[in-house]
Design a binder for this molecule. Structure first.
Ligand code: ADP
Length: 632
């Protein structure tokens, strides 16, 4: 290898600099995961060139040795991870190793900075900045690479992780990448064959390519060097279930997910008959950390064809709502040279996908009935995805609906009911499923909209997730019972309340009219309601209008302009003393200025009660002061 004389000096992007600083100074447990990350990168690079060679044999350059080599050098104090993969050009190396492409790096680092994250180098792998884990064990890293198909253009990248790196052109005979770690003194155990063996076994045993190391042996005073393959390479998903130990499932899960907690369920099956494939899927027990970092990968399933990796995160295997499922699927029917583009409308894949979805649904359903507590804690993590599925996966809608759990006025905080249970326990004569959406259970529990329902002993589902507005609009009804927001539209009236409202309506007609006139510009209508017991007034949307919660959501999404002119209905409690007092004022003098002033106070009260902001806070304060002065 000859090198050209002038290395170019470049700076890391700011965020990467900070990340490296954290890696070097804060992460100190489980340093060995650096090796898993480098091996995983090497395996990916081999998969890529292998895949490319299916359609373009030239990239092989006659070299189809798919080994990953570990080369410890006691004298130099270096450990090299060598692969014959796709390699990197100069541009790619700068792009891949000098910047972090992902958004949300800042957020990632914020959480790393929190004391407890310092002990979790796992997060690095989950976040996909694995290469930099090298700096946990090395004070200098040299990467020498040559991209497939570019015979003379090698490139060398080198850095001490302190803010700068150099790049220079070199010659490299073989395609692929060498990552050379100049190990720190406290990491010299990674030069020892036993240590490397141990780490590979623990973290990379199922990697499909052989991980090889030359080991010196002494026999009868003669030294010989033997190549040893450190990983067992068994495609665990193709083995029979009965032969696989729990720990092996667990290890493989860690390999595919980087999650060190146990999955809640492992689904392993082989389909035979019209389509042959094996699937090994895991349901994680908690949301992957990386999800808080930006959009999740669209699928957690990798597609293999007869043990050759075709695509990581294969969207054709999993509907978007199922993206929490991690694992692999191996088909023996698909052609090996299937291109990523033709995966899209492949009928075979569509069939596999529907079988996978069905298995996952069945597993969740069994969990819900046989291990409810486990299901409930799974649901606390992944419920929003089930809800997303209800709206997007029409073929499986009903099965997904039955997996939904809800908090309600009949459950304790944090506990759930189901739609089926709701129907079972609802009072005779009720034919709607009531719900209320808001920001938190606490806010909802104090909501005036619930007063009447409480008094009538009617359960109301309490929804507090962002996706809930979308859920109820796509759910619409359950077993013929319509879902009905308690802060929207008129309520179904039973006979007695109808008679009472009608009677009150006639009696209070003058007040209603006076208020309507006084507040024309603010509200769409003023009417009486049976919704309230203690409160005097509430605001409701009409059936097709937007609730206050929805308005707030839109405002948060920066779409406030679309909701600004939405008027709502002001509903009054006919039995409230304030309404009676207003009635008295109107009877005496229909022009009394207090009508408008009190009407606005009622409106402002209702606005505060629903959790929104008052339009004219200064006017509100003035009116309250007037009232207080009079009272005193
Ligand atoms: P990730 O592997 O999660 O993308 P890394 O920081 O480990 O993150 O690597 C960044 C990128 O550098 C990889 O996506 C890949 O494109 C490239 N890369 C890393 N190691 C290799 C390698 N051995 N051969 C080819 N490309 C590599």
């Amino acid at each position: 290898m000859t090198t050209s004389p002038a290395p170019e000096r470049l700076e890391f992007k700011t965020e990467l600099k900070q990340l490296l600083d954290l890696i070097i100074h804060s992460l100190y447990t489980k340093k060995e995961i650096f090796l898993r990350e480098l091996i995983s990168n090497a395996a990916d690079a081999i998969d890529k060139v292998k895949f490319e060679s299916l359609t373009n044999e030239a990239v092989l350059e006659g070299n189809s040795d798919w080994q990953i080599q570990l080369i410890p050098d006691e004298v130099a104090g270096t450990l090299t991870v060598r692969d014959s993969g796709i390699g990197m050009s100069r541009g790619q190396i700068v792009e891949n190793l000098g910047t972090i492409a992902k958004s949300g790096t800042k957020a990632f680092m914020e959480s790393l900075k929190e004391a407890n994250a310092a002990n979790q180098p796992e997060l690095i792998g989950q976040f996909g900045v694995g290469f930099y884990a090298s700096f946990m064990v090395a004070d200098r890293v040299t990467v020498v690479s040559r991209a497939a198909g570019e015979p003379s253009d090698g490139v060398q990248w080198e850095s001490d992780g302190q803010g700068e790196y150099t790049v220079l052109a070199v010659e490299k005979a073989d395609r692929g990448t060498d990552v050379v770690l100049h190990l720190r003194d406290d990491a010299r155990d990674f030069l020892k064959p036993w240590r490397l063996r141990e780490v590979v076994k623990a973290y990379s045993d199922f990697i499909d390519h052989p991980i090889a190391m030359d080991v010196e042996r002494e026999q009868d005073g003669k030294k010989t060097v033997e190549e040893e393959i450190l990983n067992s390479r068994q495609a665990i998903w193709l083995r029979s279930k009965n032969d696989i130990k729990e720990e092996e499932y667990q290890q493989f899960y860690q390999q595919v997910s980087r999650d060190h907690e146990k999955p809640v369920r492992t689904i392993h099956y082989a389909a035979e008959g019209t389509q042959e494939f094996g699937a090994l899927m895991y349901l994680p027990s908690r949301r992957p950390f990386e999800w808080s970092m930006g959009p999740a990968k669209p699928s957690g399933l990798d597609l293999y064809v007869r043990r050759v990796l075709i695509q990581h995160h294969c969207e054709e295997l999993s509907p978007p709502w199922m993206r929490f499922v991690r694992g692999v699927v191996d088909s023996s029917d698909l052609p090996l040279n299937v291109s990523r583009e033709t995966l899209q409308h492949n009928p075979l894949l569509a069939k596999i996908k529907s079988s996978l979805v069905s298995r996952v649904l069945k597993t969740l359903d069994e969990m819900k009935s046989a291990a409810y507590e486990e299901y409930a804690s799974f649901y606390r993590e992944f419920g929003p995805l089930i809800k997303e599925g209800v709206g997007t996966d029409h073929a499986n809608r009903d099965r997904l609906v039955d997996l939904l759990l809800f908090e309600s006025t009949a459950t304790k905080a944090g506990e759930f009911t189901t739609l089926a249970k709701y129907l079972e326990t609802m009072p005779e004569g009720q034919d709607e499923v009531y719900y209320l959406i808001g920001d938190s259970r606490e806010q909802l529990e104090h909501s005036p909209y619930l007063e009447g329902f409480r008094a009538r002993n009617q359960e109301v589902l309490l929804l507090t997730e962002t996706i809930d507005e979308y859920l109820v609009s796509s759910l619409y009804d359950y077993k013929g019972k319509r879902l009905k927001a308690v802060d929207k539209g008129e309520l179904a009236k039973d006979e007695s309340s109808e008679v009472r409202l009608k009677e009150a309506g006639e009696r209070l007609k003058p007040v209603l009219e006076a208020l309507r006139k006084a507040m024309e510009s603010e509200v769409k209508e003023v009417r009486l309601t049976s919704r309230l017991k203690e409160s005097a007034a509430v605001l409701v949307a009409d059936d097709f209008g937007m609730t206050a919660h929805m308005e707030r959501l839109m405002q948060r999404m920066g779409r406030g302009a679309e909701v600004r002119d939405q008027k709502r209905v002001l509903e009054l409690n006919p039995d409230h003393p304030v309404v009676a007092a207003l009635h008295g004022i109107v009877e005496k003098d229909g022009q009394d200025p207090r009508i408008e002033s009190f009407g606005r106070l009622l409106l402002d009260q209702a606005t505060v009660a629903e959790g929104s902001k008052i339009k004219d806070p200064a006017g509100f304060a003035r009116r309250v002061n007037e009232l207080m002065t009079r009272g005193l």
